[in-house]
Design a protein around this ligand. Structure first.
Ligand code: AMP
Length: 392
């Protein structure tokens, strides 16, 4: 991957148009979770230290090309100012004027870009208008990089462009996990359904040596092998697809690891009476809700022999105890190996972050992506327009 970073750019006295993801939850005018804002703070700090005039470009909600007052970015200015430790200006028009009044180290937020239909249309004219008020473009919004919008794609091609610190960290982690990883590589894919992860599974079997399948989607693979999963969540109509993926894996030299034992219960509810059975022995009236201890021990052994792990999706219905045990156990072991310097572990997408938080290991993985859709598209092997534009 060849992209420039803040260290490659001349920033002193320059107006740096900085795309950030500050699409944070707001209740009664107050930001309730500042994670996304905190993630871009290092970029803002480095830009200001380098003498840049920092113009923030962002979206908020889905106003669909119209001005929707409740989706104004003005309401998050106080949260930005607090996180960045400096005053943050706001402009909802007269952009050229507002920028011309900036001094080095100033931070100015533009109004929600999606109020303009040109943003989501990746309109060249809109991008040119943005470009005309800046000298340098910096993208620090990996989570918006799967969308070709004016502020993520067209604009990057109009100005000298670079990645901000959180974008840089994300791209370096993804490169280490699947771009040019240290082999052997394991991918652990869990979650509810095969149907939502078909492209991801098809891509991963060509890239990794071990594909560990857990969660509800494992049931579809087990049923495709002729096992009776009884009342378990299972996409029976995808049996052929599951067999195709297994065949592709074999042809590519990728081993697929399915559960050998599972935790079953009669009800999908917290603390429902449960027991561990072999996958061949799911009792009538029961459903599979977690990967069993013998299977997790097997996963541990596979991880022992791997240098890299990519993780997406829980091994069971982790939101309801005791069906979080498999996910928690496997996550803690991956974290241990990572902390011992034996494993590069990268996780992300959907529920994965909350599952790893629940296991208390979110800080012990090499990298955890909070990027959702962009992370999944990257696992699917797709080119992300916002990243491609940075690579020039
Ligand atoms: P995903 O968003 O595709 O990663 O799926 C995550 C969801 O899968 C979580 O809500 C889990 O509760 C659910 N899940 C995982 N394993 C099972 C299972 N064996 N049966 C039903 N749901 C499951």
């Amino acid at each position: 991957m060849a992209f420039k970073t803040l260290d490659d750019m001349d920033l002193d006295g320059r107006v740096v148009l900085t795309r950030v993801d500050v699409n944070v939850p707001v209740e009664d005018g107050r930001v309730t979770d500042t994670t996304r804002i905190d993630r871009v703070a290092p970029t803002i700090r480095d830009l200001r230290d380098a003498g840049a005039k920092v113009v923030l470009l962002a979206h908020f909600g889905r106003p669909k090309g119209k001005v929707v007052p409740e989706m104004s970015l003005r309401q998050i200015v106080p949260a930005l100012a607090e996180a960045f430790g400096t005053e943050v200006g706001f402009a909802d028009g007269g952009y050229g004027d507002a920028v011309s009044k900036m001094s080095e180290g100033d931070v100015l937020l533009f109004e929600n870009l999606r109020f303009n239909p040109g943003e989501e249309a990746n309109d060249e004219g809109f991008a040119k208008r943005l470009a005309s008020v800046g000298d340098v473009y910096c993208n620090d919004a990996f989570s918006a990089a799967h969308r070709a919008h004016a502020s993520t794609e067209a604009l990057a091609r109009l100005l000298p462009a670079c990645a901000g610190r959180s974008m840089q960290a994300e791209l370096e982690a993804l490169e280490a996990a699947l771009g040019s990883p240290k082999p052997p590589v394991a991918a652990l894919v869990g979650g509810a359904k095969v149907s939502t992860k078909l492209e991801l599974l098809s891509n991963l079997v060509t890239r990794v040596q071990h594909l560990i399948i857990g969660g509800g989607m494992a049931n579809t693979f087990l049923a495709a092998q002729g096992l009776d999963v009884k009342r378990s969540l299972c996409e029976h109509d995808l049996a052929d697809t599951a067999r195709d993926i297994a065949a592709k894996a074999e042809a590519e030299g990728c081993t697929i690891l399915l559960p050998r034992d599972v935790v079953v219960a009669e009800a999908f509810e917290a603390n429902a009476p449960s027991r561990v059975v072999k996958v061949e022995d799911v009792p009538d009236g029961h459903m599979i809700l977690d990967t069993g201890p013998d299977s997790v021990a097997h996963i541990r052994t596979v991880l022992d022999g791997c240098a890299t792990l990519v993780w997406n999706g829980p091994l069971g219905a982790f939101e309801i105890p005791p069906f979080d045990a498999g996910t928690v156990d496997a996550a803690r072991y991956a974290a241990e190996l990572t902390q011992a310097g034996k494993l590069v572990s990268v996780a992300g997408g959907g529920d994965t972050v909350s599952a790893l938080n629940r296991a208390g290991v979110a800080d012990d993985f090499t990298y955890i992506s909070t990027a959702g859709g962009a992370f999944l598209e990257w696992l699917e092997g797709k080119t992300l327009p916002g990243v491609a534009a940075l690579e020039g």
